[in-house]
Design a protein around this ligand. Structure first.
Ligand code: KG4
Ligand code: ZN
Length: 346
């Protein structure tokens, strides 16, 4: 419980918010004010630490955050004192979250400013507002594709999120990275796989498109990953397998997104999370949006991968009156708006 002594000073209507993100291996700090938008943003990802292990090693990522976070915070502040601090408190790697939360609490307490606990996925879902295309607004359908999550959400308004479908096994980004490793690309290999795919012939190694025959809005990627492994064992060319994998992954993401657009009748689509950096995916979804006469928003790459800008933006809605924050490594996204429908899987 926060004591009376530990209460922050009241905050004005349009606070300058410092955002902090450390839920996985990206360390990021940002300064945001709703009326002005993003003021400063700095990120670093020490993926080279994890390269020998072909995946994020939580203990090593936490140590990297300790070294990287404070210099980034100093750079974005550039001598300014914010009116509030927003920090990712979950879901994510517990040790990594702890580094960000500890610094956020300390800074907010010492400045006596409000603190906000931000759900990482709410950050991704609201990320289109960092740099929205003309006329982009609520409500919209969001395809969230990252290294840890793959899901479709109906975003009816701020704090009003309905889960329509999600992956039953691997996340899309995880499948891209693991298949890239299989093809001998250095970790994290998803961007390398996209490059390799441009030189390949997808017909030569064609792979089955997962889940398209199922009527629901869930995804599955582990079978596709295994099918890619089998093609390689059968002597398939790496570039062809990269092309076939990417094409099948995009076909399932695009197919389910189109179905969700039809079912929800939304006329706006947001594509968010690290996999939204993939240009072939953007192109495929752009075509679907065109066919359905829908407006599409794909944030710039720096706002697709994990970043503190989206956390500062989302945190502006969650400023609290005390300094006790809980880390929630597992935290389902339920609507933060009390009138919103509860999340229900497909
Ligand atoms: O959103 P993000 O930074 O972290 C999570 O919240 O998980 O997403 C990272 C994921 C990684 O799996 C990364 O390999 C993938 O996004 N990614 C890509 C591309 N660039 C990054 N996946 C497909 N194609 C890309 N070009
Ligand atoms: Zn993320």
């Amino acid at each position: 419980m926060a004591s009376a002594q530990l209460r922050p000073h009241p905050v004005g209507k349009d606070p300058l918010v410092l955002g902090i993100e450390t839920s996985c291996d990206d360390t990021s700090a940002a300064l945001y004010r709703q009326s002005r938008g993003l003021i400063a943003h700095k990120s670093t990802c020490l993926s080279s630490t994890h390269r020998p292990y072909n995946g994020v090693v939580p203990e090593l990522a936490s140590r990297d955050h300790i070294g990287a976070l404070l210099p980034l915070v100093e750079q974005v502040l550039a001598g300014r004192k914010p009116d509030a601090v927003a920090c990712t408190t979950g879901p994510g790697l517990a040790g990594c979250l702890a580094v960000g939360v500890a610094l956020a609490q300390s800074l907010a307490w010492s400045w006596r400013v409000p603190l906000a606990a931000v759900h990482h996925l709410e950050g991704h879902l609201l990320s289109p507002f960092l740099d929205p295309p003309p006329d982009f607004d609520f409500p919209y359908l969001a395809l969230l594709v990252s290294g840890g999550h793959t899901a479709l959400y109906d975003v009816a308004g701020p704090g009003n999120y309905l889960l329509l479908g999600e992956t039953l096994d691997d996340a899309a980004g995880e499948a891209f990275d693991k298949t890239a490793t299989l093809l001998g690309l250095p970790y994290p290999g998803a961007a390398g796989l996209e490059k390799l795919a441009r030189r390949g012939n997808e017909q030569a190694a064609s792979l089955p498109v997962p889940m398209l025959r199922q009527r629901g809005l869930n995804f599955s990627f582990s079978g596709l990953k295994t099918a890619a492994r089998r093609r390689l064992e059968q002597g398939g060319k790496k570039a062809d397998i990269a092309a076939a994998f990417q094409s099948a992954a995009i076909a399932t993401l695009a197919g389910k997104t189109e179905l969700a657009l039809r079912r929800t009748r939304r006329k706006r689509l947001a594509v968010v999370g690290g996999v939204a950096c993939n240009l072939a995916l953007r192109e495929a979804l752009g075509k679907i949006a065109d066919q359905r006469n829908a407006l599409i928003a794909c944030p710039a790459a720096e706002f697709c991968t994990d970043n503190a800008a989206m956390i500062a933006l989302a945190g502006t809605r969650h400023l609290q009156s005390g300094y006790d924050l809980k880390i929630r490594p597992r935290w389902p996204l339920t609507s933060t708006d009390k009138d919103a429908p509860r999340c229900s899987p497909a």
